[in-house]
Design a protein around this ligand. Structure first.
Ligand SMILES: NC(=O)c1ccc[n+]([C@@H]2O[C@H](COP(=O)([O-])OP(=O)(O)OC[C@H]3O[C@@H](n4cnc5c(N)ncnc54)[C@H](OP(=O)(O)O)[C@@H]3O)[C@@H](O)[C@H]2O)c1
Length: 212
């Protein structure tokens, strides 16, 4: 049994990942979130639910004890503080493996007109997400940072990845695809360790996401 701690467990990608994790008997989940009643439908002998804020260092550290993998599906103005708290809690519990959801554009890696539009539209959000990703990159943890394209709720798993240092491809990707990538990474602890992956749906290049 592999034990996965999911932070921000009511987030939209997290909910899809939880379904996919639970379809596989190899996983046991701890769901860590604010207002925990939102995931009470998932309670079972394979699911533990903890009500907590990620910036609560003591509670988060306690939740990490005995876990194998941390999957952070977080957001917010204080995302860098959240990253620092997660890294500290992982150090305190000797945990190494973390999958961290970030965003496209944090390294100014999105080329062309779409890159210009993305920078102008996302503004200081990109700086905050860069700062949070850097907390992981500067740590000794086995991180995988995921940089999704603009997210859709399409019921499809269809994605390709780019590495840090390569131009980002495409404009969009489904949340379900990101969830599938998270589950794949959690299954194989050595897959994409200490990397930052751009993730997009193939053949979606354009000046903006299709719905703008
Ligand atoms: N929308 C896009 O096109 C796009 C593209 C690329 C990347 N992203 C990023 O991808 C990430 C995941 O996407 P998503 O759709 O799953 O986002 P989401 O539904 O907004 O999930 C983020 C979760 O983070 C939780 N959270 C925030 N601060 C927390 C704290 N201090 N303690 C505990 N939980 C906290 C939120 O919980 P509460 O519900 O309690 O606030 C929320 O459930 C987000 O960071 C998003 O910005 C988005």
């Amino acid at each position: 049994m592999k034990k996965v701690l999911i932070l921000g467990a009511a987030g939209q990608i997290a909910r899809l990942a939880e379904q996919q994790f639970l379809a596989d008997d190899d996983f046991e989940l701890t769901l860590y979130l604010r207002n925990a009643q939102r995931v009470s439908d998932l309670k079972s002998d394979r699911v533990t639910i903890i009500d907590g804020d990620v910036t609560d260092q003591a509670k988060l550290t306690k939740a990490m004890v005995g876990q194998d993998v941390v999957y952070a599906n977080l957001a917010g103005q204080n995302i860098k503080v959240q990253a620092e708290t997660v890294v500290n809690a992982m150090h305190a519990t000797n945990l190494k493996r973390i999958i961290w959801i970030s965003t496209l554009g944090i390294y100014n890696e999105v080329p062309g007109k779409f890159g210009e539009w993305n920078n102008a539209t996302l503004g200081s959000y990109l700086t905050r997400y860069f700062d949070a990703a850097k907390v992981l990159e500067d740590s000794d943890l086995d991180y995988t940072i995921i940089r999704p394209a603009w997210l859709t709720n399409h019921d499809e798993i269809d994605y390709e990845t780019t590495q840090k240092g390569e131009p980002f491809k495409g404009t969009e990707v489904s949340r379900k695809s990101i969830a599938a990538l998270v589950v794949k990474l959690a299954k194989t602890p050595t897959d994409s360790v200490r990397t930052s992956l751009g993730v997009n749906k193939p053949n979606t290049d354009g000046d903006k996401p299709a719905w703008y």
